[in-house]
Design a binder for this molecule. Structure first.
Ligand SMILES: NC(=O)c1ccc[n+]([C@@H]2O[C@H](COP(=O)([O-])OP(=O)(O)OC[C@H]3O[C@@H](n4cnc5c(N)ncnc54)[C@H](OP(=O)(O)O)[C@@H]3O)[C@@H](O)[C@H]2O)c1
Length: 287
């Protein structure tokens, strides 16, 4: 059955959002304070506008208050630092995220901006303090996409311990944090990138393959082994349609399980943002 092979991130995220909502209502009853997420978007990147909208819509579903700060694309470095500082100091805000990529003139300062977000409010888990916590296997405020990937595997009974996992990506957002989450769960992890000498060897060896390259049809059926579990993180637009990095239809007969795009990793990422915001809130209000 095809449906048994699908790691359905949409369905799982809806279930987890529902459970989280109940926890949030409970916490609100105790504290009379609602969790609140603030997002900063600089400029008018169309993809970023869509992602931000989805995040705020999900906040409504789980009953997290949210505020969107949309800054002009000509915003200066100083103005953006000031805005972050303002939200860091706003005690009604528990989670703060800066939507990336930033406009070209600010791009080179991205790490500095992220580093200036209060670690207690850093719900994207990208601040060096939270990245360091992950080094010690503390996933309390860890990046949302790898957290979502782990939840998808664990909630679908995919064993991680002892498995050979190949990640094709080494970004701060996906590959690097995922290494630590997998090591924590006793996987053997290989990380590939553009300079990997024989990438096919690692792809073929994988029991679990995580692909986040950003190229449609990057993984074809001839490259993977029978019975592999594939997590497709990629998001590409081909003729206006959203697709991942995997040639889904041709790979499907060979896999044990696979995430669809859309409806796989994407909604799980948004759920983990909600979860991180709730974590940050609990810490800040002391419950
Ligand atoms: N679904 C979600 O929630 C979600 C969240 C985050 C990202 N994404 C998607 O995931 C993809 C990656 O995102 P990102 O921000 O991590 O991008 P990124 O920083 O550009 O990372 C891409 C990674 O893929 C590697 N790569 C690119 N081409 C390759 C090739 N031909 N062979 C081997 N490795 C190759 C790069 O290697 P080098 O390091 O050597 O350049 C890099 O490590 C994008 O499609 C993005 O839209 C989805």
């Amino acid at each position: 059955m095809i449906s048994e092979k699908i790691l359905d991130g949409k369905k799982l995220s809806e279930e987890l959002n529902q459970k989280l909502k109940e926890q949030i209502i409970d916490a609100h009853k105790k504290t009379a304070i609602k969790p609140k997420l603030a997002t900063i978007l600089v400029g008018d990147n169309p993809a970023s506008q869509i992602y931000i909208k989805i995040k705020h819509r999900t906040c409504e579903i789980v009953q997290i208050k949210s505020v969107m700060v949309n800054l002009d694309k000509k915003t200066t470095k100083e103005q953006l630092f000031k805005e972050i500082e303002k939200l860091n100091n706003d005690s009604t805000v528990h989670g703060l995220l800066l939507q990336i990529p930033l406009p070209d003139h600010l791009k080179e300062y991205t790490d500095e901006f992220i580093g200036s977000i209060s670690p207690e409010k850093d719900v994207d888990g990208l601040n060096p303090k939270n990245a360091g916590n992950l080094f010690n296997y503390n996933e309390y405020l860890a990046p949302c996409t790898p957290k979502g990937i782990i939840a998808l595997l664990e909630n679908n009974g995919v064993e991680i311990q002892g498995k050979d996992v190949t990640i094709i990506n080494r970004s701060n957002l996906v590959g690097k944090p995922l290494i630590f989450m997998l090591l924590k769960r006793n996987a053997t992890v290989s990380v590939c990138h553009t300079k990997t000498k024989d990438i096919n060897k690692f792809i073929r060896n994988a029991d679990i393959l995580v692909v986040a390259v950003g190229r449609a049809n990057f993984i074809t059926a001839d490259r993977v082994k029978e019975g592999v579990v594939i997590i497709d993180v990629g998001m590409n637009r081909v003729e206006g349609k959203l697709c991942g990095d995997v040639a889904f239809d041709e790979v499907l007969p060979k896999v044990a399980k696979i995430t669809p795009v859309p409806g796989g990793v994407g909604p799980m990422t948004v759920h983990m943002l909600m979860q991180n915001t709730f974590n940050a809130y609990r810490n800040l209000v002391g419950i």
